[in-house]
Design a protein around this ligand. Sequence first.
Ligand code: PEP
Ligand code: MN
Length: 454
Amino acid sequence: MIPATGTQEGAAVYPGLDTWRSLPIAQQPGWNDDPQLDVALTELSSAPPLVFAGEVDQLRARLAAAAQGNAFVLQGGDCAETFEGMTADRISARVRTILQMAVVLTYGASLPVIKMGRMAGQFAKPRSSNDETRNGVTLPAYRGDMVNGYDFTPESRRHDPARMVRAYHNAASTLNLIRAFTQGGFADLRAVHDWNRGFAAHPAHVRYESTVAQIDRALKFMAACGADFDALRGVEFFASHEALVLEYERVLTRIDSRSRLPYDTSAHFLWIGERTRDLDGAHVDFLSRVRNPIGVKLGPNTRGDDVLGLIDRLDPEREPGRLTFITRMGAGVIRDKLPELVETVKRSGATVLWITDPMHGNTVTSPNGYKTRNFDDVVDEVRGFFEVHRGLGTVPGGLHVEMTGDDVAECLGGSDRIDEEAFLTRYESVCDPRLNHQQSLELAFLAAESLAGH
Ligand code: PEP
Ligand code: MN
């Protein structure tokens, strides 16, 4: 067991913040005996917070609105961010794609869209196997750049605590750039709409031209009414990641000077993955003790008792905005499995936010051996999600996708069709397959049509 290394003000003594250390814990790096662990944690313990408690509270209020049907959430980004991939071009392409999707969804839902990146901290991955074997050589599996490297060598695959410090600095510079983009004029509604016009002008996307034309008319109408477009030049953009490596999350947890309560300042929103949501495990305990809004992934084997237990542990005060369930059922089963969970929550009286992750239940291997997803399955799961909530009179509150702003080939299909041959030259993900720029936008148009009831 590692001592409670953190020396950060107050947080070291806040009751319960270290209870997780005595609980069963899954998916952690094997670096506990490395003397560099203490060095890294000491450095991080005095590093400034990445986000501020007031922003986290703001997001919680926004998510409460979404849970009640008054906003819609768009959460997107890489499965696994990499240190190498943190270039200005890639970050701006991703932010731009999310903004483009958000405009389309805003129009379709006639609701404000809460924009959240799987960005600026999405560096740790749960894995189904501890090892990976290639050509008879077995090495530790890649667990995200916060833990080890993707290159298949013993040195790169070693779990290195110093990587936590790099993850922190990379998150800080990504967040800095995101803040600059989203506040500095890049997010201007008219510019974002112009990019969408470019998308719809592509011959593969003619069917979306009418939605773009409708948004065009809406913008002209706003202008004619004297809308203050300058006020629309900036947008709120929140950071989120899976809270997996608990030493990292713990050391960045700070006591808010206003409320004297603990906030995990590594991101605004944190979620617990499908593999670490054990009710009696370390992850649920730790995240139950921070004030951030918390998400939990729910796969197809989730039972009604699991969701009730999660509500009791993570949202004992039944506070709208506190708890989000991110369902990732699979297109083939969502219509069968989701209703029971939604009804169970409805009966419990809690107001949780329901978001669909149409990616993780739809992963398949292509005939040429790549981990992929079919665009049609992704779309079908989103439709199933809307259908289930419509049928039960509950709120379909958002969309969580693995996407990039680049022209990669990792998921099959889309109108500008990607086939498996393209994987040979344009498959870049180090983890799960992402929708590329065009597929992401197309999904937003299709989801907007569903939201608008077409
Ligand atoms: C992920 O979001 O990349 C992930 C690992 O998801 P899940 O926990 O739903 O499998
Ligand atoms: Mn993933």
